[in-house]
Design a protein around this ligand. Structure first.
Ligand SMILES: [Zn+2]
Ligand SMILES: [Zn+2]
Length: 145
């Protein structure tokens, strides 16, 4: 099973060869500013299940507790397609919007609700977190569907 996420111009692609370990929506202010939208949907894959194709630049931002997050974006159109954080070793993130697939699996957790916009209505049954999930909450061998 192969799926392709890509940037707006198509120059940068992330090819995934397995199912995500977890799909979340995130309301943190870094996601809001990075994407320009009030909440993002993020698919967490084993790093070994994702291959990048095409040129990219990396923007490194500070995550929590001194950990770094590395956003990979297309130098031509600026879309961020992929990121890697030190919080969940062995895992990476592909941004769900880049798949442009209405049938992509729905998120099962909602994180950083402390900065959730007031009008957001969440799907029933979703796990909810005021901040992020703890380091180690997600590993390459847990989660998935
Ligand atoms: Zn592009
Ligand atoms: Zn976020």
């Amino acid at each position: 099973m192969e799926k392709i996420a890509r940037c707006l111009c198509g120059g940068l692609r992330a090819i995934v060869t397995a199912d995500p370990r977890s799909v979340t929506i995130c309301h943190c202010t870094d996601c809001q500013r990075r994407s320009g939208v009030p909440l993002t949907s993020n698919a967490h894959y084993r790093t070994s299940d994702v291959r990048l194709d095409g040129p990219y630049k990396v923007y490194v931002r500070d995550g929590q507790e001194g950990r770094k997050v590395r956003h990979h974006f297309c130098p031509e159109c600026g879309t961020t397609v992929f990121s890697q954080g030190e919080k969940f070793p062995g895992l990476c993130t592909v941004f769900v919007g880049a798949f442009a697939d209405p049938d992509y699996p729905a998120p099962t957790a909602s994180v950083f609700e402390e900065t959730m916009h007031t009008w957001v209505i969440l799907p029933p049954g979703i796990e909810r977190y005021r901040q992020g999930r703890a380091p180690g909450a997600l590993t390459p061998t847990t989660g998935g569907r």
